[in-house]
Structure formats: C-alpha cells, structure tokens
Design a protein. Structure first.
Length: 1097
C-alpha cells in the first residue's frame, strides 16, 4: 500500500474555551445540548433521538434547532440531522440545464459543490460499467470526501465516500428525490437513501410521498382538489439497519419508523393503520420553480426490534414523542418525551422520562402610540413618499429619510430609539434630479443593501451609485436597457429570477415581456412570457392594474414576490415560480371585508410582515381606524383586528409601515399636522414591541435544568458602537436577530450560569448574497452559587473572526489591530494569512471568502474589579494558509483549502512582564489536509532565572496512508507511524517569536542524535517517542499486513510503542537485562529498538 509521510490529523486550531467551573448536579434528560455559534450569532440546540446501538453503523439521529431555520416537519426552527444534496437558490433559482452547469449543488453541512477539473482543464468525467461519473468537490475543502454525480439509465444520483471509506447514496430511486411532479427529470433535492461501510454494514432510508389524504377541501385547497396531482415533497418514513448478512439489504434487526399520525396510538406496529392527519399550518415553497407542499408533522419516532428470540413480529422498544402548539400561522415543537416499552401479553408496558419542554417568543400586538421628539423632525415635514421618503441610503439596516428640497437632496440618518439625525445635504447633486422626461427610482441594483439613484429614459438610462464615503458617484450609463415607455403603468420592478435583483416586467395589451436584471450593467434582452387566458392558471390583465388592486408581495414566506389581487372580501395570489412563470391561482380562505363596498379604496392598503412569520400581512386604513389581518401561511386570514389607539384624525396623513426602530419588526409611522405647531410631528406604533416572535426562548428538562434565551437585533449593537464613536468597519444592511443572553439554572446544585454577548463589525457579501457573520464577538460568562463563598468573578472573552471581506481587508486589519490588547509592547505578532500567488481578482475575492468564520484571535479576561483586570489571562492568535486546489473558470468557482499555519498562545496570567508563550507551526501539509510535520516551541520566560525556564521545542512527524484511487475503496489518513523529537539549538529569536521560515530551516537541518546522548547546544534533534500501527490482512485474517501496508477495511491489529534503545538498557542495567527477560516482559526487538506491544484489538 503506497504511503505518504504525514502527521496524524489534528483538530482545527481552536482557542481554549475558558469558563467558570460548572456547578453540576442536574440530571441530563435526553442528552440535549445548547451551543452558541459566535461567528454568526445564532443559537443551536440538539435533542438526540434514541436508537438502538448496533454493530458497525448506527444512525445518529437528532433534532437540531437553529434560530435561522424555517418551518418543516418538526415545526418552525427544527430540522432532522439527515443530510441531502440540493440545488442552491440564494443567488438565483435553478434552471435545470445541468449539461451547461447553470445550477449550483449543495451538500448538507458542506459548501457549494464545484465540478472537478482534469489535467486538461476540462470536467473530470469517467465511465465505469455503463455509468457516467462526474466528480465534484466543495468550494471550501476540508473533509476531502469523494463526491460523484452518477448518471445511469438516463437518470442520475449522487455518491459520497468519506475518507473513512463510508459510502452514502443520495436519490438513486425516485422515492428518494424531490422533483417536479410534471417533469420528473427536474430534480431539486436528492435524499440520503443508503449508507454502507467497507465491512458490509448497511443503513437503508425509505421515504413517503406527499398526497391529499386528510387535506380539507378549503377554499385555498380548491385548485389542488379539483385537479389532483402528484406532489413533489417526500418525508423520511423508515430507517432500517443492523443487516443480518454483510452487504445484503434484505433483512435487518432494527427499524426506525417516523409516525406522522398513521400508526396506532396504544400498541403501534411498523404498519400504518389510518391516514396521516393534515397539520394546521400547511405551507408551500416555490424556490425550486415548482410547488413543494408540506401537510405533515412528525408525531413520534418509533424503534422496533426484529429479533427471532422476541417473536415473529417486530417489537416496539422505544419511542421519542413530539408535542406541538399547532396554529394556522406556524406550528411549534413544545415538548419531546422519550419512552421505553416492555412487551406484555396484551400489549406493552410503558415508562417515560420527564418531557423536555420548549418555550418560544410569541407575537403580541401593541397599540400604544408613541411620539417622536419634535427636535428630530423640525427640519423634516411630512414624509409623503414623494418629496420625502423612507429609505436605508447607507446600508445600515434601518431606514432614514431622504428629502428633496429644490434641486438638492438631504438625508436624515436613523439613530435608533426613534431618534433622527439632523438633515445633512448630500454633497453632489445627481444629474437624475434634473427635470426631464423620464422616470427616477431608488433601486438596489445588485442586492447589496445600498440603493442607487436610477434614471430611466428611452434615449439613455443609468445610475448614481452610493460610495463608501456617503456620496453620490458620477452618473454611469447602463450598457443595456429596455426601450419602453418608462412612465407607463404597465412597467413593474419584480424579482423574477430569485437573485434579489429587480427585474422588469412590461405589459402591453395581452403581451407580457420581462427583462432580466444585469445589476449595475442594466437589464438584458427581452423575454416573452406566455399569455394564458384562464386566470385560474395564470393572471390575465393582472400586471396592468388600472384599479390599484394588484400588488407584489411574498404571500407564502419563501422569499419570492408573488402577484396578489386584493378586493374587499376576496384575496387571491399567483405564486412566483421564478423566471417569469407563475403558479395556479390560490384563493385565500377567510378573506377580510375591510369596508363598505362603496367606500373600499385599495390605496388605503399597506402590506408588511407584521407578526414576523415571514408571510405578508395586510393593514387597511379605513375611515374609522386601522384594521389588520394576519396571513396564515399563505392559506387564509385571521380575524380582522382593529388598532384602538390610532387617532382617527390622522387617517388622512401619509402612513408607512416599516422597520422604523431597526429591530427587524414592523412599525406604523405617520406625520400629521397639529394646530399650533410649526412643523408636523411624527408618531408611530411599535406593533410587536420590538420583539422578534417565533424564536426559542426556554428549554426545561424537568430534571432540574432550565435554559433561558434572549435575542437582540444586530442593529442594536451597531447603533451602540456608532454612538460610542467606534463605528463598524463593515456593513450589514439588514437586522439579524442574534443570541444576546443565555441563562442556565441548575436547581439541584443551586447554581445559575449567565452568558451575554455583544457583536461588532457585521458583514454581508453582496456579490455572494451571504451574511458572513461578525468580526468581533464579546462574551461575558458569570456564575452564581447558593453559597456566596463559591462566587467567582465574571470572565470576558473577546473573539475576532475572519468575515471574508475582500475590498475592506486593509481597513479591517487596521481596526482589529486597534482593538487588540496593547499593554504588552513585546507581544508576539503572527503574519497575515498566506495566500496563493498569481490569483485573478475574482480568485482573490473567493480566497478571502474561504477564510470566513476562521478564528483570528481570542483574549480572556477576569473581571474582578482589580487593576489587573485590564490584563488578559490568555491571548490566542492564529495565522492561516490558503491552498488553491483548483482555479476558477467562467462557470465554476475556485476551490480552496484553508488551514491553520501558525498558532500562538500567550499565557499572561494578568502579568504582561512574565508571559509564557507557546508557538505551534504546521510546517508541511499533504494534499489531503494532513500535516506532514509540525513543531511546537515554548519560548523562554522573559525574566528567566532557571534553566528549566528556557526555550523548549519538539517536532512531530508521522506517516499516514492515503488511498484516493485504489480500486474498490477510498480511504485517507490511516495512521502508520508517529515520531516525536526534542529539538535543541534553535537560533535566538530576533522578535517575540521565531519566523516560520527559521523554524522550518532548523527542523530540516537538525542533526539526529541517540536518545541517551546529551545535546551539546548545537542544532540537534533527539527521538523521544515512536509509535507504529499494524492492520489485519482482511483477505485472510491470518495475521497483520506488513508495516506501512493497509487495505480498504483498515482493521487495527496491534500498536507498537518504542520503550528502550539497547544503549539505554546497557547504560542503566549493564548485562543484567537479557533477551529472554525482555521477551518475558512482552518486549519485541525491531529496527534497533525494543517495543512494547498493545495486544491485539
């Protein structure tokens, strides 16, 4: 077996997680675990689903809550830990023209998949036994799994082989795919269907297709019942594992059954006995360009044993039960209970653990009217949407007011807490303000959160962009633009392609034309939309709306703008399927009747997501007040609620619904003229009290442990930093609700542990359409005990992260350097990340992205109120290297592999004059991410008094086996040998730490000396540890393979550790140690050393 020298894989550098001692004492119920993802500010919570342990492969199932996850079969925010491969929709909807590589695929838990290129620069495609195999790899590599798209018999599926030679099959059968029901070759998702290892262990996954069983014949379901069709969605139904014969998937000992309500309640079997019920909040998403409808909630997970000794029928042994707070808007998982079963003559005896209870923030409508201090509106007047309009001009995540006065523009920045800055004149007057025939719009041309002032004219169109210094850039004409009558009411701006950019639809007579957005280059050539004269299938005159009853809004919560027609007592919409296609009309149930038919005026309608569910709600400004109807998952409407506090005298004022406070929740804002006041004051209603609903807020295991969670919008921290004179160096143009506080109570030990978080330098990459997280996160940890003498002071941890920002790189580095601990003038400083040479500008930007989320630095402080609290206990910093595995092409991204090149731990212990510094270096890394050689240098104490306080250094080398192309298996990183050396005679550092090149040269040039020899001060290395691994010959199992050899199974045989050298034994014992004595002691002599054996495994 070929071998390659390498170090055994080590974990990615991760700074220690210093924390106060945990009180302990609370019994852990289901093994639940909460984690905070500091880089992006989300909280994740894992609830294991119990399965019976099995030989070899056992499915590891868990429900995972993430505050950024949408609705699903386990309620809002929760998903099952079973991976899949799907098409990416963030940067545009899929086109399903796979031969042109127009779509991007994503593997769960990994990055975008990129086609692997061969030596000739073309896609690497092979043919084996009639199968066409195309290789892929993640855009940011780290796992080095082998990803293959296999075409067989006209259809294709996916195969992923991990470096441990475990094979996963995705979507080989039709039941394991989510595809267009009408065009089954348009596959959106490939579901995990089979997992097998090299030893013949198999896990089989089975799925059940969605249907209309138990779906009521409501108005919003009318079109689905009238023309019954196959549905695209599928649910995980069974997992079979523990196969009786290796390599055969015919008979299994264990079965996991997901019960969506079809199984018996008291003594369930694997067989269904009734139709599955319909959830109260069925929902649809159209981002696949076809409808994926979800009607079901998982009620239980049942574990059955198929063991002959238990009888001929499967026996229920365990279940995990789910309870939901079901509602027409969203369903929430509120309790998880695990139960065990013992078979009795007439059924089962059941015992259950206490339930794990889950609590959430709920929408609560507020009606209090607040007044904005007239000081902030004195130079404003009415915000009427014409002379003055709400707009986030600077990409801050909260809207200010743009005012046109004469030929000048003024902007009032929103400072949060209902405060507005004084109006400042924008220095350059855009040409678009010059009176002329045409149209002017504020449009975010490239979905970057900062609008441009766009001027449209048949003879020439263009835009003034906003610059980083808050100015208008010069007028830049579009390279391509439509020649249409821009002031025609048939011109609409709608995101048709799903990439967040505004496309144009133009309707003239019975002809619909759309122009795809080209970002800052304008709009592309026209594309015709098919005209259908049956409005149940598609809108007819809906784009040209002379009555004002047609709107563009997201009615389903999938992020796509739908076409909505609102009449008094009748509301319908045509869901946006992307690329100019609309789905059949959906008539919504319980449509509100806002006013008398003769008085109903669609101009009084305002659309906004008021309750935070993701779907668009309706406000109607009637003659006697404001009425609100809440959208129930795109299906129907709640009962109309009236805002009792709204002054009826202000109903004629300009009224806006927007995120006025920058909290990610809606406010009603209006200006009204009051008598006796020179300027009209501004008032608002904070409809949700600035609290984001539907977030997990409490977890209680009913065994003594309870966790409470609090959230805050990112704008809160942005505005605090702005007021403190420390503005963010990057922009985040929308509020992100982040974890702000975690409080854990342990009733058994009487302890309370509290973590609070502050976030800085949030970043959104407009080119990639990605929120990248935060550049700096501060975490305070404090613990209190029932006994005061056990109290410990809080711990402050500051962590800096790469955000992948490219254009702002230098400004970020300068800002971070100012924020680092600066009271140690001799502090070690690591170099910047090492990037590949000769990259194109595009590759350089993608290289910066590949470093996102990597830790740069961490500082740990103890806040005890003493003068020493300004000094940290520990500072950990890391420097990375980026390896380009594949260049970018016209259609594909570059592929990079990031790894930690150097890490320094400076142990201050709050005394900057006596710092212990440990430096770890990855000297060489092989092609599969295994470190070939590494060195660890512990530098001398600054005030060295004893020889033991001098510099110490070690080298670690290892040999691993990599078999990426062996016939029949794929295995990487099998450990073969590890050697550890003591390194002496290193040159004296000219700074706080040795340069990477100096350490590497010293390691390469060091002279080996025997273990028993004494170093003489020159550059020498002495072997202090040597370990070897042997593996079974799996073809015969008669004994081990030779040292350095292995096979696809890699079955451990024995481990040898070097114990003595002959010279060391002779020096210590003379001739008293004989070969017979060593053999009796279990020692083996090989290669001039005596080894101790581990014994066979």
């Amino acid at each position: 077996m070929p071998k390659r020298s390498s170090v055994i894989p080590r974990p990615t550098v991760k700074a220690p997680n210093p924390s106060l001692p945990k009180g302990g004492g609370a019994v852990r119920g289901l093994g639940e675990k909460f984690n905070a993802n500091l880089a992006v500010g989300t909280g994740t919570f894992n609830v294991p689903i119990a399965t019976t342990p099995c030989r070899g492969l056992t499915p590891e199932l868990a429900l995972t809550y993430d505050s950024g996850t949408g609705n699903g079969p386990f309620g809002v925010g929760w998903h099952l830990s079973v991976p899949s491969i799907t098409r990416k929709t963030d940067k545009g909807l899929p086109e399903y023209t796979d031969h042109w590589d127009t779509d991007t695929f994503i593997l769960s838990g990994a990055e975008d998949l990129v086609p692997v290129l061969g030596p000739d620069g073309k896609k690497l495609i092979t043919t084996e036994q009639g199968r066409r195999i195309q290789r892929y790899q993640p855009r940011v590599e780290g796992t080095f799994a082998r990803v293959e798209r296999i075409t067989e018999a006209g259809a294709y599926y996916w195969q992923v082989i991990t470096k441990d030679n475990i094979r996963h099959i995705y979507g080989k059968s039709k039941t394991a795919r989510v595809a267009d029901a009408l065009y089954t070759d348009r596959i959106f998702t490939w579901l995990l269907e089979r997992t097998e290892d090299a030893r013949g262990n198999i896990i089989q996954y089975e799925y059940k297709a969605e249907d209309l069983a138990s779906v009521p014949k409501s108005l919003h379901e009318k079109h689905r019942h009238e023309e019954p069709k196959l549905f695209s969605n599928s649910y995980l139904k069974r997992i079979r594992y523990g196969n009786k014969k290796p390599g055969e998937a015919d008979d299994f000992y264990f079965q996991v059954v997901f019960d969506y309500g079809e199984h018996a309640a008291e003594a369930p079997t694997p067989e269904e006995v009734k139709p599955w019920p319909c959830r109260k909040d069925p929902f649809s998403t159209y981002r696949a360009t076809f409808e994926i409808r979800a009607y079901r909630l998982c009620r239980r997970v049942l574990i059955f044993h198929h063991i002959p000794e238990l009888g001929a029928e499967p026996v229920l042994v365990r279940s995990t039960d789910f309870a939901y707070a079901e509602a027409p808007t969203l369903s929430q998982l509120v309790a998880v209970t695990q139960s065990g079963y013992i078979q009795k003559n007439c059924g089962y005896a059941k015992k259950s653990l206490p339930p794990l209870e889950l609590g959430y923030s709920l929408p609560e409508l507020h009606t209090e009217v607040h007044t904005v201090d007239p000081e902030y509106t004195a130079d404003l007047g009415n915000v009427d949407g014409k002379r003055a309009r709400w707009v986030d001009l600077e990409g801050e995540g909260l809207p200010g007011v743009l005012v046109q006065h004469g030929e000048g523009l003024f902007y009032k920045q929103n400072l949060g807490d209902a405060e507005l800055a004084s109006a400042r004149q924008l220095m350059r007057r855009p040409n678009a303000l010059t009176p002329t025939m045409g149209r002017t719009e504020l449009l975010d041309l490239e979905h970057e959160g900062r609008p441009s002032l766009v001027f449209f004219n048949r003879t020439g169109s263009g835009a003034h962009e906003r610059t980083e210094d808050g100015e208008w850039g010069p007028f830049m004409p579009f390279s391509s633009h439509p020649n249409i009558p821009w002031n025609d009411p048939g011109v609409r701006f709608i995101d048709i392609t799903g990439d967040g950019q505004q496309d144009i639809i133009f309707t003239s007579g019975h002809v619909h034309i759309w122009f795809p957005s080209l970002g800052k280059n304008g709009w592309g050539p026209p594309r015709n939309l098919p005209m259908v004269f049956d409005e149940d299938l598609a809108p007819t005159e809906v784009y040209r709306d002379n009555r004002g009853i047609v709107f563009v809004a997201d009615m389903t919560g999938d992020g796509m703008p739908d076409i909505v027609r609102i009449k008094n007592g009748s509301i319908c919409y045509w869901p946006n399927r992307g690329l100019g296609r609309l789905g059949p009309k959906v008539e919504m149930s319980n449509a509100p009747r806002f006013d008398d038919p003769l008085r109903f005026d669609p101009r009084r309608i305002r659309l906004a997501d008021i309750d935070g569910s993701g779907t668009t709600d309706i406000l109607y400004i009637g003659a006697d007040g404001i009425q609100i109807a809440f959208n129930q998952a795109g299906n129907g409407w709640s009962k109309v609620e009236k805002l009792p506090g709204f002054p009826t005298a202000d109903l004629g004022s300009p009224i806006s619904v927007l995120d006025f406070l920058g909290t990610g929740t809606a406010c009603i804002v209006w200006s009204s003229p009051w008598k006796g006041v020179a300027q009209p004051p501004m008032r608002y209603i904070d409809l949700l009290g600035s609290k984001k609903p539907y977030l997990l807020t409490s977890v209680k295991n009913n065994l003594g442990a309870e966790t409470k969670l609090e959230y805050a919008p990112s704008t809160k921290f942005y505005l605090e930093d702005l007021k403190n004179g420390t503005p963010w160096v990057t922009r985040l143009p929308f509020p992100v609700h982040v974890l702000a506080r975690v409080e854990t109570h342990d009733a058994v030990s009487g302890t309370k542990f509290v973590s609070t978080y502050n976030y800085h330098h949030g970043y959104y990459d407009s080119a990639e359409k990605e929120f990248r997280g935060f550049g700096l996160v501060e975490q305070w940890d404090a613990e209190s005990f029932s006994e005061n003498e056990l109290h410990l002071p809080p711990v402050l941890t500051k962590t800096w992260f790469h955000t992948g920002a490219f254009l702002e790189k230098e400004r970020i580095e300068e800002q971070f350097a100012r924020e680092y601990y600066a009271l140690d003038t001799q502090a070690p400083v690591l170099p910047d990340a090492v990037l590949p040479h000769g990259m194109s500008p595009r590759e350089a930007r993608e290289a910066a992205r590949a470093l996102k989320g990597q830790m740069l630095r961490e500082e740990v402080y103890g806040l005890d109120g003493s003068p020493q609290q300004q000094h940290p206990y520990l500072v950990t910093s890391a420097s990375h290297e980026l390896r380009k595995l594949q260049p970018a092409t016209d259609k594909a991204h570059a592929v990079f592999f990031p790894y930690v090149r150097e890490k320094i731990e400076a142990h201050y212990e709050r005394d900057p004059k006596d710092t212990r510094v440990v430096h770890t270096l990855a000297l060489e890394v092989d092609a599969f991410g295994h470190v070939i050689r590494s060195a660890t240098v512990a530098y001398a104490r600054r005030n060295m008094e004893l020889p033991e306080q001098g510099l110490l250094a070690t080298i670690t080398e290892a040999t691993v086996a990599n078999e990426p192309s062996a016939p029949g298996f794929y295995r990487l990183g099998v450990p073969l040998e590890t050697r550890t050396y003591e390194l002496t005679g290193l040159p004296k550092a000219q700074s706080a730490c040795l340069p990477f090149a100096s350490v590497l040269a010293s390691v390469n040039n060091a002279t080996p000396i025997p273990y028993e020899a004494t170093p003489d001060g020159s550059l020498q290395k002495r072997l202090v540890e040597h370990v070897r691994h042997l593996y079974w010959d799996s073809s015969t199992l008669a004994g081990p393979l030779p040292l350095g050899a292995g096979d696809g199974l890699a079955l451990p045989y024995e481990t040898y550790a070097a114990a003595f050298t002959p010279a060391l034994l002779a020096k210590a014992y003379g001739s008293r140690v004989t070969p017979q004595l060593l053999a009796e002691g279990g020692y083996v002599e090989q290669d001039g050393l005596f080894w101790i054996r581990s014994g066979r495994e």
